[in-house]
Ligand binder design. Structure first.
Ligand code: HEM
Length: 447
């Protein structure tokens, strides 16, 4: 058994490149080594696939041979061992069944108004002429949206959970934390120790809320209410500890990713006057204060969001670990091998996306792409639970910003990319300046 070809340089150099600038590094490796190659890292090797036939093979596995939970285990200190992301096989199927109902497409309308309101509040706080990092308000919006939709919180309780989750993420998204040998708790003396304290503080809030809801029987249209009442095949509910892990997973997976996708969408729009003007025209045609459903149906808006997720995927890879020896993509691989599908390289294949480096939302018009060519949300039995939520949210937020704000990139500096834990964001969070703002739409209607 042998691995696909790999680069000649050391594992230390590969690890540095992969942590520092993953996309340029992937471009370089695929140019030198072709579609299938091995990246040698200090902790393990990654076998990369991006050809649709190979990706299909990986996504068709039922999760018994190609295990994602083992691959995701570096996130366990943040999300907990019982999170849906950490488990495989039967335990994973059970988790999906319990977690999916709040994320079905038809539920999105329930969340749409919250998404618009939170965005309007954020836009009202933007200051004319003062440059700011666009990623920050996007993080704030998506965090407030997920906290409000998961818990139904308002006012002081919303603020408390938002601040606690922010602190958790500030400490938890430091890229070196992905390396298991740095996960040593030295109390306040090291980063990991401070991160553990933030986890404990956040846990205290989550457990208090879970116990309060169980005691009072309080239920509402929020996601936690649905999760408290969810039952598995044996009629059993989730334990408090399981609920804690799933809540942290939803808070973390459900906000940083969407915020990053939105920042990339704005980065491309601000460089593309024509697509931006067309998008504004499409949204203006809806009239003042359109409903979330009307916004969600906009064709160019939908294509813009997809094109942003294609051009620079928020997450570079999806990974699986082989539970037994197995042939994948024509290679006989050993038990324990880490197989990854490169979202980035798949999205840059000219066969599927001609002129792949160009931002062109209209390329999605009338196009039927397979789930093995375009997969920003991963695939198979592990496909992102929050996909409908994320697409809906990105459309609501982008629609409001494009119709209400005229933004420009600050200065002429080229926008690069940086890694934040598992996500890839524009450098400096995308520095922009607000040039003009339209007033709050519903206020204008009322006056
Ligand atoms: C633009 C936004 C988002 C992107 C790009 C994204 C991407 C991904 C990817 C690539 C995976 C791994 C799939 C695989 O292994 O095949 C994933 C898993 C997951 N995502 Fe998302 N995601 C986003 C938003 C969300 C949101 C809003 C939520 C929840 C509110 C969410 C919850 C999850 C969960 C729970 C999983 C684990 C699924 C499993 O292991 O079965 N994500 N996501």
């Amino acid at each position: 058994m042998r691995l696909p070809p790999g680069p000649r340089h050391s594992a230390a150099w590969s690890t540095w490149q992969w942590l520092r600038a993953p996309y340029p590094y992937l471009d370089r490796l695929s140019k030198e080594l072709g579609e299938t190659f091995t990246m040698r890292l200090l902790a393990f090797d990654l076998v990369f696939f991006s050809n649709p036939e190979d990706v299909k093979e990986v996504f068709l596995d039922n999760g018994e041979t190609l295990e994602a939970g083992r691959f995701n285990s570096t996130l366990a200190p943040l999300l907990g061992d019982r999170s849906v992301l950490m488990v495989d096989g039967r335990a994973h199927r059970r988790k999906r069944k319990l977690l999916l109902p709040p994320f079905h497409g038809e539920r999105m309308q329930v969340y749409g108004r919250t998404m618009l309101d939170v965005t309007d509040e954020a836009i009202d706080s933007f200051r004319h002429g003062e440059p700011f990092s666009f990623h920050e308000p996007m993080q704030d919006i998506t965090l407030r949206v997920i906290v409000r939709t998961v818990f139904g919180f308002e006012g002081a309780r919303l603020e408390e959970m938002v601040q606690s989750t922010k602190r958790l993420l500030e400490l938890g998204t430091w890229p070196p934390l992905l390396l298991p040998f740095l996960q040593v708790d030295l109390g306040r003396l090291n980063h990991y120790g401070r991160f553990r304290r933030a986890v404990a503080e956040n846990d205290a809030l989550l457990y208090a809320e879970i116990r309060r809801r169980r005691r009072d029987g309080t239920r509402g249209p929020d996601i936690l209410s649905l999760l408290l009442d969810a039952r598995d095949e044996d009629g059993e509910p989730m334990s408090d500890e399981e609920l804690r892990d799933e809540l942290v997973t939803l808070l973390v997976a459900g906000h940083e990713t969407s915020a990053t996708g939105l920042t990339w969408a704005m980065r491309w729009l601000l460089d593309a006057p024509e697509p931006l003007a067309d998008l504004r025209a499409e949204l203006d045609a809806l009239g003042p204060d359109p409903t979330p459903e009307a916004i969600a149906k906009c064709e160019l808006l939908d294509a813009t969001v997809r094109e942003a997720l294609r051009l620079v995927p928020v997450i570079p890879i999806v990974g699986r670990v082989l539970a037994k020896d197995q042939r994948v993509g024509g290679w006989d691989l050993k038990e324990g091998t880490v197989v990854v599908c490169s979202i980035y390289l798949a999205h840059r294949r000219p066969e599927a996306f001609p002129d792949p480096e160009r931002f062109d939302p209209r390329r999605f018009f009338g196009k039927k792409l397979s789930a093995h060519e375009f997969f920003p949300f991963g695939g198979g039995v592990r496909r992102c639970i929050g996909m409908a939520f994320a697409l809906y949210e990105m459309k609501m937020v982008l629609a409001r910003i494009v119709t209400r704000c005229e933004l420009a990139l600050e200065g002429r500096r080229p926008v690069g990319m940086v890694r934040r834990s598992i996500t890839i964001t524009p450098s400096d969070g995308l520095r922009v300046v607000l040039q003009k703002r339209r007033p709050f739409l519903r206020a204008r209607l009322a006056s």
